[in-house]
Unconditional design. Structure first.
Lengths: 445, 259
């Protein structure tokens, strides 16, 4: 009876957790699809290669070896320990205890022992990460755009992982002690590698107390895991899921290439060769906004980028504008894009469709000053371990500013005027363009 | 030497081996003109049959596009492609990584498809083919030299090695800056920043980069881009090191080392 109550309770919690998770994920999916269409299904071979190298292989992480190794511990631990979660879920649903132990025998103890080692490395790595964030205060993890919620988010993730791993280890230690006391239900296994050294923490605790500890740890652990799963979509930690699709859809063209605007290409063509322009008949479709004012004007891929960002700040640490004290931070561009997209998503959830709220990504979230500071050097794109392109968003916002708002510094207006009239960004006579060649010829060089 | 324009080649019914796209900086900026002349001198010396567009050349539209002015970019691109395709140009060499990037990555979608090569890669090929012969013990031999990767050659197009191979052929002692290759720091000129004041900050991008370059103890800062050359020269001046440290384009170094 006692077990059946636990079983029902467990299945209810599990179903609720999955329901909320699926709901939020479908909201995120809807939000991403608010972006403009872009077909990114070409060259699947190269795309899968990026998934393997960037997401699975963490190639770009290893530009900074220390955080890369610590991150690898957490990442490998996370993925592999999930195998253990499978057993925990089945135990919970079926009212079993260590379902796989009798089937796997010695291998079971080996596997759980191995998971324990991973749990310990995850725990240690997370503690070091907490120290880097809060004690040694690594610069890129303590910049202005992280003040408030983003810092709490990061610490919450790390502390949760420390707690979950501790619960897992304490649970196994209590389990081992119960096995030694030959308590009912507690299947005998070999002592696990880490938890066998932890049994001392229980002192002379008797069977009743140990069962309580074991059960509490088991429940807190699995409920914690399910809560954490539901926390993911609200957190920067969502990268553990989205890094994979993001690596698949990341840019394949050279980083120097800026996206073409076929609508303007066409317009210029008709201006230069009016005979090619369509005559009368059907009205051309309502033209899209030039560049991007708000998140809906961006390609869906850049919105996926925003949800994939874990705010590590490698982009910002490599940004020449940021390094020299300008307001621009590529990480903030991504965070702002996500925040605005979430806001638009809430607006849609409330009003059934988007109702103008008088706000936009540019101006209300990202200022003109930030956008102006970009040198388009692509260091942010190069640095991102999961293939995010902050520059692509900056490019689109700049296009909006210049073409829709005529919002450019006076020097850029002069530059454009020179290009248009003198075919060079400076005010030189186009007749002097080959003056250097004339000089070379006449000086007999 | 005489430098012939594409129009002259065409009127004689001839075709050059390659079109030298000079670019606006190389044409008008006094400092960059020296790079242009050095590269032309190399081409002339080794007998590469090249043409320039001369007065028919126009801005590629790169700074317009990067600043957000796509209309102007498309207009410049349309006109340039008309001229280039009109002459049936197949191969372009340029000493400007921004022009290089536009030709290589952005004009093809607009109907301008050419084989494009940056001058440092071209020089490296000429050295490897034995067409450029360098002096034994030239003036850069054994000198401590650092190399600044331009963004649009390096990160933009993954060209890191060709310029370094040229420096190796000059027998220099290459000292890399901490931020080099994929993590190379920008000079501050890209994205049309060259044509406006920087936003408020602690320092200028070119000051910071020049300081890093000077930190290597190099006597020459080698560059591959006329804009980087200008920015770094200003940065070196800011540190009052212009008498002891020179910023030079790789073409200038090679031109001075020709046998």
């Amino acid at each position: 009876m006692y077990i059946i109550v636990q079983q029902i309770f467990f299945i209810l919690i599990l179903a609720t957790a999955i329901w909320f998770f699926v709901k939020k994920i479908s909201e995120i999916r809807r939000n991403i699809k608010l972006g403009r269409d872009e077909d990114l299904n070409d060259q699947p071979g190269r795309r899968w290669k990026n998934v393997v190298l960037l997401a699975l292989g963490q190639k770009k992480m290893f530009k900074r070896p220390l955080p890369a190794i610590l991150h690898l511990f957490v990442y490998a631990g996370f993925i592999i320990i999930n195998v253990e979660i499978l057993e925990i879920l089945l135990d919970g649903a079926l009212g079993e205890h260590r379902l796989f132990a009798p089937m796997l025998g010695g291998l079971y103890s080996f596997l759980v022992g191995f998971f324990e080692v991973l749990a310990a490395t995850v725990l240690i790595a997370c503690v070091i990460f907490l120290i880097r964030r809060n004690v040694t205060r690594v610069k890129r993890l303590n910049q202005a755009e992280l003040n408030g919620w983003p810092k709490n988010d990061a610490n919450l993730i790390l502390i949760t992982e420390v707690i979950l791993m501790s619960l897992f280890l304490v649970m196994n230690a209590a389990d081992l002690r119960l096995q030694q006391l030959q308590a009912e239900h507690y299947t005998t296994t070999e002592p696990f590698w880490i938890s066998q050294h932890l049994t001392g923490i229980f002192g002379n605790m008797q069977e009743g107390g140990l069962v309580a500890v074991e059960r509490i740890c088991w429940w807190l652990h699995i409920v914690g895991v399910l809560l954490f799963m539901n926390y993911l979509p609200y957190s920067k930690h969502l990268h553990i899921v989205l890094a994979f699709p993001n690596a698949y859809y990341t840019r394949l063209a050279p980083q120097g290439k800026m996206k073409n605007m076929p609508a303007i290409q066409q317009e210029v063509l008709y201006m230069m060769q009016p005979e090619l322009a369509p005559t009368g008949g059907e009205q051309p479709a309502e033209p899209q906004r030039f560049g991007a004012k708000d998140v809906q004007d961006l390609s869906w891929k850049y919105l996926l980028d925003a949800y994939s960002c874990t705010e590590c700040g490698r982009c910002t640490a490599n940004c020449p504008a940021n390094m020299t004290g300008k307001k621009l931070s590529p990480r903030k561009i991504m965070m702002d894009t996500r925040d605005r997209l979430e806001e638009v998503g809430r607006n849609i959830a409330k009003n059934k469709e988007f109702v103008d709220d008088g706000k936009s990504l540019v101006h209300d979230y990202i200022t003109v000053e930030e956008l102006r500071a970009c040198t388009t050097c692509q260091a942010c794109v190069e640095a991102c371990p999961v293939g995010i392109e902050p520059l692509a968003i900056i490019d689109q916002l700049r296009r909006y500013l210049v073409m829709e708002e005529s919002n450019a510094p006076q020097e850029w207006n002069l530059m454009s005027g020179n290009i248009e009239n003198n075919m060079a960004p400076w005010k030189f006579s186009p007749d002097d363009r080959d003056q250097w060649a004339v000089e070379m010829s006449s000086s007999g060089q | 030497m005489t430098i012939k324009s594409m129009a002259e080649y065409a009127s004689n019914g001839e075709a050059p081996e390659v079109l030298f796209w000079v670019g606006c900086a190389g044409s008008f900026d006094q400092r960059a003109q020296r790079i242009t002349k050095a590269f032309a001198q190399i081409l002339d010396k080794v007998g590469v049959k090249f043409a320039i567009l001369g007065k028919e050349e126009m801005c590629t539209g790169d700074p317009a596009r990067r600043s957000g002015n796509e209309f102007l970019f498309q207009m410049m691109a349309y006109n340039n492609i008309q001229v280039l395709n009109g002459y049936g140009i197949k191969k372009i060499v340029t000493a400007c990584p921004h022009c290089f990037n536009v030709f290589k990555n952005e004009y093809p979608a607009l109907g301008g498809e050419y084989e494009v090569i940056h001058h440092t890669t071209f020089i490296n090929q000429l050295i490897n083919e034995g067409r450029i012969v360098l002096k034994e013990g030239g003036e850069f031999k054994g000198k401590r030299i650092t190399y600044h990767d331009s963004c649009y050659l390096g990160r933009g197009n993954n060209i890191y090695e060709a310029p370094r191979e040229v420096l190796a052929a000059l027998d220099v002692e290459l000292v890399e800056m901490k931020r080099c290759k994929t993590t190379g720091m920008c000079c501050g000129a890209g994205g049309a920043q060259m044509f406006k004041e920087e936003e408020p900050g602690n320092t200028r991008v070119n000051f910071e980069r020049a300081e890093e370059a000077l930190g290597t103890g190099a006597t020459v800062i080698a560059a591959n881009c006329p804009f980087c050359t200008t920015m770094l020269t200003d940065g070196v001046k800011n540190q009052e090191k212009e008498d002891s440290v020179k910023v030079m384009d790789i073409a200038e170094m090679v031109a001075r080392s020709l046998a």
